[in-house]
Design a protein around this ligand. Structure first.
Ligand code: F0G
Length: 351
């Protein structure tokens, strides 16, 4: 019997590792590519969801973190640090445990989902809540890694991008070629950078015949790339992408322009509508930021920008269990019944 070995072993020849790199892994990657029935009907396309919430800590961050922590360990680091809106910190905390390293995480005070905080806590990370937003946390994390013995594992660390590009490999390996369009949420813009790198590498080596158009979507209250300027006080219910000055801004523009793609915005209302549609009609529970990709696809389709007959992949980046408040909010309270089948049957509408 054998199982998926994690992205470093599965794609070793395409990653900057050597025989002496200690592989720190939770067997991340190998995530499901799920056909999306309702989205396919609505767009007239063949839409697939790349379900990254199925990774070991519940988000795509594990792909980059297995690389970042393995390389940090190879270089003899004893501690790592990251700024995070929650998922990177959860991943750094877990992989830090596997590596026997101290993980320090900087998060914006009061602005990370409870599930993510719980992960960082239970894995024993050293957590500082910063009186500021994600961009302030990243500034602080850079200053600490520049001046103290601690390695930075944010996606400004290029090996993070190397790990994350494997999601594009998996999609081509499954579909037999790149899709026509790849859609994803954009926050710090590392992931769109990584996918574009992965698609380009496969095309350059002839594994794929083409590259997709890259479509990125930011939340309207946190859309610096769309506006063309830094957003000082970013806001959105999708806390994972509440970022006003993305570190990989220029790479995101390159991905957009080189691929003939687009970077646009979706409102919180559109995000929540897509979030509910994914859960109630596709059976896929994602966190709000993840639904930005699907919200963007639906918006583009409504604007007549999606020609039918195309193959489209939407990455849904994180698991819905990370931030269940939005699932519970506004939903009807379950009714309480006695231990009585007749009453239960009546309440369930079976009679
Ligand atoms: N979706 C989720 C669930 C995320 O956690 C993030 C980023 C993104 C999308 C955007 O990806 O930053 O590469 O453009 N989360 C980071 C974090 C910022 O700290 O966990 P990006």
């Amino acid at each position: 019997t054998h199982q998926w070995r994690g992205i470093i072993e599965e794609y070793r020849d395409r990653l900057p590792v050597s025989a002496s790199t200690p592989v720190v892994t939770l067997r991340e990657g190998g995530t499901p590519l799920v056909p999306a029935q309702v989205l396919s009907e609505r767009t007239g396309c063949e839409v697939h969801l790349k379900v990254e919430g199925a990774n070991p800590t519940g988000s795509f961050k594990d792909r980059g973190m297995t690389m970042a922590i393995s390389k940090a360990k190879e270089e003899g680091a004893q501690a790592v640090i990251c700024a995070s809106t929650g998922n990177t910190s959860a991943s750094a905390a877990a992989y830090g445990v596997r590596a026997g390293m101290v993980s320090a995480v900087l998060v914006p005070q009061g602005k990370i989902a409870l599930g993510k905080m719980g992960q960082a806590l239970v894995h024993g990370a050293k957590i500082l809540q910063v009186d500021g937003n994600f961009d302030d946390c990243l500034t602080l994390a850079r200053a600490l890694s520049d001046n103290y013995p601690v390695a930075l594992v944010n996606s400004v660390n290029p090996v993070r991008i190397e790990g994350q590009k494997t999601a594009a490999f998996e999609i081509v390996d499954m579909l037999g070629d790149a899709p026509d369009i790849h859609v994803l949420p954009v926050g710090n813009a590392g992931n769109i950078t990584a996918y574009w790198k992965g698609y380009r590498e496969y095309a350059a080596d002839g594994v794929a015949a083409r590259t997709p158009r890259m479509w990125g979507f930011q939340a309207s209250g946190s859309a610096p790339i769309v506006r063309g300027e830094v957003v000082k006080d970013p806001s959105t219910i999708a806390t994972a992408i509440r970022i006003g000055n993305p570190a990989s801004w220029d790479f995101a523009l390159a991905a957009r322009d080189e691929s003939g793609g687009a970077i646009d915005e979706v409102t919180d209302r559109e995000i929540l509508r897509a979030y509910r549609l994914l859960a109630s009609q596709e059976g896929v529970f994602v966190e709000p930021a993840s639904a930005a990709s699907v919200a963007g696809l639906l918006k583009a389709a409504e604007q007549g920008k999606v020609d039918p007959g195309q193959t489209i992949v939407c990455t849904v980046t994180g698991n819905g269990l990370k931030d269940p408040d939005w699932a519970v909010a506004g939903a009807p309270q379950p009714v309480t019944v006695p231990v009585d089948a007749a009453t239960a049957a009546q309440r369930l509408g079976l009679v």
